[in-house]
Design a binder for this molecule. Structure first.
Ligand code: PEP
Length: 252
């Protein structure tokens, strides 16, 4: 089963014009140098940088993604950005359901499913984030929580071609803590079983499941080598060209 590795950088609310462009150019140059075609590289800058980053990565095969979208195509939604707009601007991907949106903006599985469905409809690929809190993990509820999130936030039109799942334990995001490699593999394998129920076995076997949460050059190789880990969603370490390039290298 060949699932093409995806290394995705989530810049979050970071980057002004000059440093954002420099970061994008650096990532583009590093990835171009590798000449690799066995993996996809994606950067997801804030909305304000999408146009400039698009220019900066031109000709490098680095792809462009946004960090969120609305579920409507247009209308009276002050401050929101629609998937149709993101597609129009040149994005290939959009992240939905990141834990920071679930927590800080009260996003429900139902809302995330609507966003993902609309993004797919607009011709974007979606990265749907799931993951348990520390409290849920300590209570032994990791698989239950991920199951509910998948069943509730993966839309009906999801296929392996338009949807990627990112398993991001909330307690591992930006903390420097990571689960053991056994825990990561066990959860990813369990997620794939739930995806089989949701989307059918054939689709589930081809759908990529990324790991996210304090992935860095020093732990990337062992995490990315796990059989059910098909890439990484990287926050902090995607903000430094050398670190992000080292993670891409570790995916070989
Ligand atoms: C993230 O926010 O998606 C993430 C994985 O962050 P970090 O790599 O900083 O833990």
């Amino acid at each position: 089963m060949v699932r093409k590795t995806l290394i995705a950088g989530n810049w979050k609310m970071n980057g002004l014009l000059d440093d954002g462009i420099a970061l994008a150019k650096g990532v583009g140059a590093e990835f171009k140098k590798t000449g690799r075609r066995d993996c996809e590289v994606l950067v997801c800058p804030p909305f304000t940088l999408l146009t400039s980053v698009k220019k900066a990565i031109k000709g490098t095969r680095v792809q462009l993604g946004a960090q969120d979208c609305h579920f409507e195509s247009k209308g009276a939604h002050t401050g929101d950005v629609s998937p149709v707009m993101l597609k129009d601007l040149g994005c290939q991907y959009v992240i939905v359901g990141h834990s920071e949106r679930r927590t800080n903006h009260g996003e429900s599985n139902e809302l995330i499913s609507k966003k993902a469905a609309a993004a797919i409809e607009a011709g974007l690929k979606v990265i749907i984030c799931i993951g348990e809190t520390e409290q849920e993990r300590d209570a032994g509820k990791t698989i239950d929580v991920c199951t509910k999130q998948i069943m509730g936030s993966v839309p009906q039109n999801a296929t392996d071609k338009n949807t990627v799942i990112a398993y991001e334990p909330v307690w591992a995001i930006g903390t420097g803590k990571t689960p053991t490699t056994k825990d990561v593999e066990d959860v990813h394998a369990a997620i794939r079983k739930v995806l089989a129920k949701k989307c059918g076995r054939a689709v589930a076997n081809k759908m990529r499941i990324l790991y996210g949460g304090s992935m860095k050059p020093t732990n990337a190789k062992e995490l990315l080598a796990l059989p059910d880990v098909d890439g990484g969603l990287i926050g902090g370490a995607s903000l430094k060209v050398a670190d992000f390039a080292a993670i891409i290298e570790a995916s070989k």
